[in-house]
Design a protein around this ligand. Sequence first.
Ligand code: AHR
Length: 490
Amino acid sequence: MQTSVKVWPRKLGKINEMIYGHFTEHLGRCIYDGIYNEKSPKSDSRGFRKDIVEAIKRIKCPILRWPGGNFVSAYHWEDGIGPLEKRPQLPNYIWGGVESNRFGTDEFIQYCREIDTEPYLAVSLGTATLDEAISWLEYCNLDTPTKYSRMRKENGHPEPYGVKYWGIGNEVYGPWQVGHCSAAEYAEKLRQYTQFMKGVDRSIKVIAVGADDPNWDLTVLKHAGHLIDYISIHEYHGSDDYLGTVASVYYCEQRLRLLEALIKHLRLDHVKISFDEWNVWYKISAEKEGMDKGIVLLEEPYALKDGLFAAGIFVVMHRMADTVQMANLAQMVNALGMIKTKGDEMVLTPIYHAFDLFVNHTGRTRLNMAVDCDTYDINTRTFVEGRNSFKLNGVPYVDGSATYDEEKQVLSVALINYYQREEEVRLDLSGIEVKKRAVLNVLTGSAPDEMNDFDNPDRIRVQKKVLDNCSTEMFLKLDPMSANVIEFSL
Ligand code: AHR
């Protein structure tokens, strides 16, 4: 079948830029020896790696989730504030190694200011209490002459931080989580935490723990849906099999659509989905690295196929823009990181470049688009130890989205060619007047497993080509295994 793509000029709504968010956890070398390293000549006086800051600014991180992940469930925020020399050194109870607490709330907020992003804090439902969640909120957001607000001022931060996004717990549906509980128990905790926290600061937005389980999600939404703002979902996929990896994009879409259907069924239109943790993760497991070996690093290597997976996730989030209004790649640096460091060097993986492609070359207004192409069926084993196996029929070889940048007056057509061969696409833009010259931005490589490494950090990145003689009907040849964004000036 000839692959054909049709774009209509009709605007379907806005894409929330918060879908391009990130996540940093006290896990391996994500924070220490990652974004924060007081000893590196690449760092500023606060210990923030400047090369990483610059790289993050280039992809305009809109929101940053912290401090976990699983880590948060055994975290007490007060350990991470005040004079550095007084902060306790503790075991990192979740991932091994020592937690020095040198990077705490004040450092995190300064980091967010530095990269110009909204902070998103997750509170612990493991070893911490409701009291601690409230005092953390007071420390961050209140300007009252009260204990924790004063404490922030005494620590040198007179102005409240105004942290808007608060997650209540992390993955408490799983037996691996400190604070594991039933859906009903979680739903009641969520109700109490949200009611109390919003009572202290009404301006906050609350993110609930959702699971890849409709029974959990229904219980949570029915009990506390009227109080919360977002429900989260976590998905990790991938395998050594190329199609297995890229097809998992459509498994994620299925799960997101199921959650969307539950929200609609309960008529909770104000509740949006936060795709709070998503990434490729199958090569390196915490179990294999082992707590008994001291520390879990999870430095998963990322290749071209993983960059295409990320591009595919962005297309899905464009399609579901009405409901999916926040997402955080797990994670930013080293541990499951889209950026890797070795000493003072840094490598940007294909996943980072997929962010570059979509953040910098697509618009925030969604247009109507249809793709007609051949499909395949797949039965695959993914994730660490094959835990997320799935079967899918009708997976497309080509997918994409159309967006419009109101300010620049640019139409962006994103097209992913998942075929391992070149594919010709007929692009129908009838009804849209485009200028003859367009720019094609392409992310591709020569093999699914091709990577950027410290010897050759620029092998895979977004390349630009000029397209001449563009018209309302055109034929484009897409490179094998490529994510493309064509920018048409109107
Ligand atoms: O991102 C790594 C871990 O994956 C997070 O700590 C946890 O939330 C998830 O299971």
